[in-house]
Design a binder for this molecule. Structure first.
Ligand code: CO
Length: 483
């Protein structure tokens, strides 16, 4: 009998090497390129994510607490320019000057000094580290729980907190997951101010940068809404049955993120907010969702694709993410919900049952019927009883539930795939998938361009340094290079 060597899985030290701070800010033309950058690929990929994982060697407890760092990759005439810059918030500047952590993080970082050092310290740091997009003449670095920071897209200089002509007052929230309406180019966003009755605001940002507060509604219970889906008729949220016990946070025992837990036996609820401001709710079985892929109307039904978790991936208090036991990490699965608007019946099917995250699609299909989704997923060779870091890109055909994979394992680690349609392309998957990977074999990062149809490699841009694992980003068809 032939003996088969089991496939080599990732090495933990390789994975951890992508979680080092990148302290230097660069600006250069990329010289080391394998393959060819397509000449029709003209524009700029912006990425955001935590750039610092420590202050002067004092480590953040969770990577989501790291200061936002914008990476900008500009494509022009088959050449590429790379630049990165920290979002220079006053808190970032103060911590750099002090050389130590001054603020408690939402997710996993307590200040030094134990319980007494954190007691009643409710100051938050707007880390502006979750998403970035260019709209209405400005570049916005966005975070979950505050207003965005505006930056100059050419110099990446931080301009300051964006209030949109004082329409967003201090305390208001413009979250990190807006959606662009491909028909009008309006950017739709939302903000949640969680409380015992949470306030949800819906915003529309025009192409000229005018912000309109479209609706504000209050819903019962504590809302932790990270993302939404948008159609021409509805804004769609999934209210996870989360409860927040604030006392360990107030008394300095735990970070806010560790005080969230799933309510036992409570349903999840779809919140459908229509363009007239009416709120309709539909219950479904309990699940937890960070990210939506897309939603669209089909007859009496709303179709919604999202990555779902069977339980809230709770942050263990005072634990170190570097020592995570992957067999205990809850997998995310790509799930299709068909919501019948008349009967409120919900049909649920699994489109991908390997652990995956960061669903993206051809942006021309936002809110319209789509066939394909692109996601980051684990190495498909990972045994079914455990989880793993994201190492592959998968293209899911929602019509057939078939999928194609480009695997970067065992030494490559991936980020969110951003689909860029080919100019004047007619087919939904005619374009490119752009992503940053951490290539442990080089101990540096690559910008990878895959073909959207079959995920074959079009080009790899070898950066001379690493970029810490990031969160979200967007491509815009304007070319920004330092003036
Ligand atoms: Co997100």
């Amino acid at each position: 009998m032939l003996s088969q060597t089991p496939p080599k899985l990732f090495d933990r030290q390789d994975w951890l090497a992508g979680y080092r701070s990148l302290k230097q800010e660069y600006s250069y033309w990329v010289s080391d390129i394998t393959g060819a950058i397509p000449p029709e690929l003209q524009g700029t990929l912006f990425r955001n994510g935590p750039g610092l994982l420590d202050v002067n060697g004092e480590k953040y407890g969770h990577p989501f607490d790291g200061d936002g760092m914008i990476c900008r990759i500009s494509f022009q005439d088959s050449k590429a320019h790379f630049a990165n810059s920290f979002v220079k918030t006053p808190e970032y500047l103060a911590e750099q000057k002090a050389g130590k952590i001054l603020y408690r993080g939402v997710f996993g970082t307590q200040k030094a000094g134990g319980v007494l050092g954190n007691l009643f310290d409710m100051r938050r740091k707007n880390i502006a580290n979750t998403n970035v997009t260019y709209h209405g003449g400005k570049l916005f670095a966005m975070w979950e729980a505050d207003r965005p920071y505006a930056l100059d897209p050419y110099t990446l200089q931080t301009l300051g907190i964006e209030s949109f002509q004082d329409k967003l007052t201090p305390g208001s929230v413009f979250s990190a997951h807006p959606r662009l309406d491909p028909a009008t180019n309006d950017l739709w966003g939302f903000g949640v101010e969680p409380s015992f009755r949470s306030k949800i605001s819906i915003y529309k940002l025009s192409t000229t940068g005018d912000l309109q507060i479209v609706h504000q509604v209050k819903v019962p219970g504590f809302c932790f809404l990270h993302d939404f889906a948008w159609t021409p008729d509805y804004c769609i949220f999934i209210q996870n049955p989360i409860q927040f016990n604030p006392f360990p946070f107030i008394f300095g025992l735990q970070t806010a993120g560790a005080c969230l837990e799933l309510k036992p036996n409570a349903p999840s609820q779809f919140l459908l907010l229509d363009r007239q401001g009416n709120l309709q709710t539909i219950d479904t079985e309990p699940c937890f969702v960070f990210h939506h892929g897309n939603a669209y109307r089909s007859g009496d039904e709303l179709i919604l694709d999202a990555v779902t978790y069977a339980d809230y991936p709770k942050l263990e208090a005072n634990s170190d993410f570097r020592e995570v036991d992957f067999s205990k990490v809850i997998p995310g699965h790509l799930t299709r919900f068909c919501l019948n608007l008349s009967t409120k019946a919900v049909r649920k099917t699994t489109l991908l049952d390997r652990s995956c995250e960061f669903p993206r699609l051809n942006p021309n299909h936002t809110g319209r019927p789509h066939r394909y989704l692109y996601l980051a997923m684990i190495d498909p060779a990972t045994p079914p009883d455990t989880n793993a870091p994201l190492q592959a890109i998968v293209k899911v055909d929602t019509h057939t539930a078939q999928h194609q994979i480009h695997n970067f394992a065992p030494r490559g680690f991936v980020s969110e795939p951003v689909f860029v349609p080919r100019p004047n392309g007619e087919l939904e998957d005619d374009g490119w998938v752009l992503l940053l990977t951490f290539n442990a074999a080089r101990n540096a990062s690559d910008v990878v361009i895959l073909n959207g149809t079959d995920l074959t490699t079009q080009a790899i841009l070898h950066l001379p340094h690493h970029v810490p694992y990031g969160l979200h980003g967007n491509f815009v068809p304007h070319v920004f290079v330092n003036k």
